[in-house]
Write a protein that binds this ligand. Sequence first.
Ligand code: NDP
Ligand code: GDR
Length: 344
Amino acid sequence: MKTAVITGITGQDGAYLAELLLEKGYQVYGTYRRTSSVNFWRIQELGIADHANLHLVEHDLLDLASSIRLLQQTGAKEVYNLAAQSFVGVSFDQPVATAKITGVGALNLLEAIRIVDRGIRFYQASTSEMFGKVQAVPQNESTPFYPRSPYGVAKLYAHWITVNYRESYDIFGSSGILFNHESPLRGREFVTRKITDGVARIKLGKIESLALGNLDAQRDWGFAKEYVDGMWRMLQADEPDTFVLATNRTETVRDFVTMAFKAADISIEFSGKESEETAIDTASGKTVVRIDPRFYRPAEVELLIGDPSKATETLGWKPKTALEELCRMMVEADLRRVQTGYSF
Ligand code: NDP
Ligand code: GDR
């Protein structure tokens, strides 16, 4: 039976990847960090929390001995490193913690692989945030990196150390440069879920408006469930490599807002400029979106659009879900959650 370790089992991708690997018959060891109240809501929502082949393991990504024991005790042949301080906004306030967990965390796992068994295959969760300031569009595996946040810089370290261990020690380390991917399991700090959750609350009369930051940012948003399949495919390939996963379509945050309100049958209209911009519900005339400059970032990534051709040709991976469908799925899930009072 195949055995895999997923770091960051409590996150969006960790939950979907665990579901996928369990469906494929794997023994899955999902790691979580020690806190006074661990939250397993995502694996509970997917109905896999009590699966006989899912083992939840406490692990400290900054403690090399902890990673060595993890690999020795599980005997895993595939390691998916998804744990990270993954919120770009917070990385400006906690740059050192982000560097450690998001950057050096990957190194600890690679060192553990070097010590325990160099045959273990390793997946590193790299990101389009490494492209940062636009150097070319669409972005692909050869586009130069120019990260714009402590998060992006930390991820770039993790990316290059994966490449370095591949080249230095012949370790099967693959890196997926994934563009934004969303789902009903997305954390509420990220803009899409913040919007769909906010729209649901406005629709159900729980709040009046939603406060956002930069509406002009453009993102290439895909469906997380499809992206974890791409991660798995990378570790089944003949050779370790770097792959972009993206949809090759980009939209502004403003367009996503309009789409989300539409999914809740609310038509809105934007007016005003920059921090004065607002959106009103055209039926009631009430303001439903306003700008709060606290959500602006010290440096912004303005435009992301990825070219996934290499993953399509080499791995047979293709995005399938249109953004409108993804947005509707998220709004419907949030309407249900707000109605039942069970919302994370
Ligand atoms: P989430 O934020 O949903 O999950 C992050 C995971 O990392 C959680 O399990 C979290 O645990 C864990 N984590 C955070 N801090 C620590 C820590 N100090 N020690 C151990 N574990 C920690 O992210 P996603 O699932 O969306 O993303 C998965 C990975 O892919 C991340 O590395 C992210 O940076 C990367 N990525 C994500 C993209 C996306 O669009 N979703 C795109 C490209 C890359 P806890 O629940 O305890 O906080
Ligand atoms: P991002 O995602 O930074 O791309 O990183 P996020 O959803 O946080 O921001 C996307 C864009 O929306 C703008 N924005 C806001 N963002 C948030 N969070 N809250 C707001 O109120 C708001 N208003 C506007 C942001 O400025 C930004 O331009 C995500 C994470 O999952 C990373 O871990 C991952 O690596 C990248 O995607 C690819």
